[in-house]
Design a protein around this ligand. Sequence first.
Ligand SMILES: O=C(O)COP(=O)(O)O
Ligand SMILES: [Mg+2]
Length: 225
Amino acid sequence: MKFTSKEVILFDLDGTLIDSAPDLSLAVNHMLSALQRPTFEQDIIRSWVGNGAEVLVKRGLSGQDVIDENIDPDLVEKSLQLFFNFYKKNLCVDTKLYPSVRACLKILKAKGYRLVIVTNKPFEFIEPILEGLELTGLFEMLLGGDSLEKRKPDALPLLHVCEKLSVTVEQCLMVGDSKNDILAAKAAKMESIGLTYGYNYGEDISRYNPEAVFDDFSDIVATLS
Ligand SMILES: O=C(O)COP(=O)(O)O
Ligand SMILES: [Mg+2]
């Protein structure tokens, strides 16, 4: 599989470039402990990541991926504060880049591709994480889950990138680990690559039919050269 005439590559962040589940889990468990609620194993919390911080916090409070719709809004507000305050001070404690990510991003940039991040993570966390993992200066644009009115799996953030960077959907490629990335790409009529090593609620990413599925981040370079 070769992708031709691509100019812009849109990368998801959590589960695609970085394994952030350890620090997200620390923050969720810190919040739950402060509220004197049961904490959870990292593997369980990992399967709750993908729809942004508020959904993650609500899943933590619900103790499962299906959110309890009766949670008190004041409790959600307090929990979000606890989560945010802890997470923003502990963004890169155990968070790591996946293998070959930094080197491959540099190769792609050197080849002339324009690189963008489209994550569901709150915007304020993106730059500090990029700084912490030495990924600054590589990306032309960053979009968080709270940057626009809608987030992935909606097409809006992807179409916004096309508009801002004056490129067509056909000139763009979405790369992600989650069904939210692939569904957003399909909704935008953009081609996509699914990565198997990230977080997809325990589901096989192939089920969502991205144009290519890779086990390794470095496979992206070969498919674009
Ligand atoms: O923070 C999340 O829930 C997921 O973030 P992602 O879109 O970068 O995977
Ligand atoms: Mg992801």
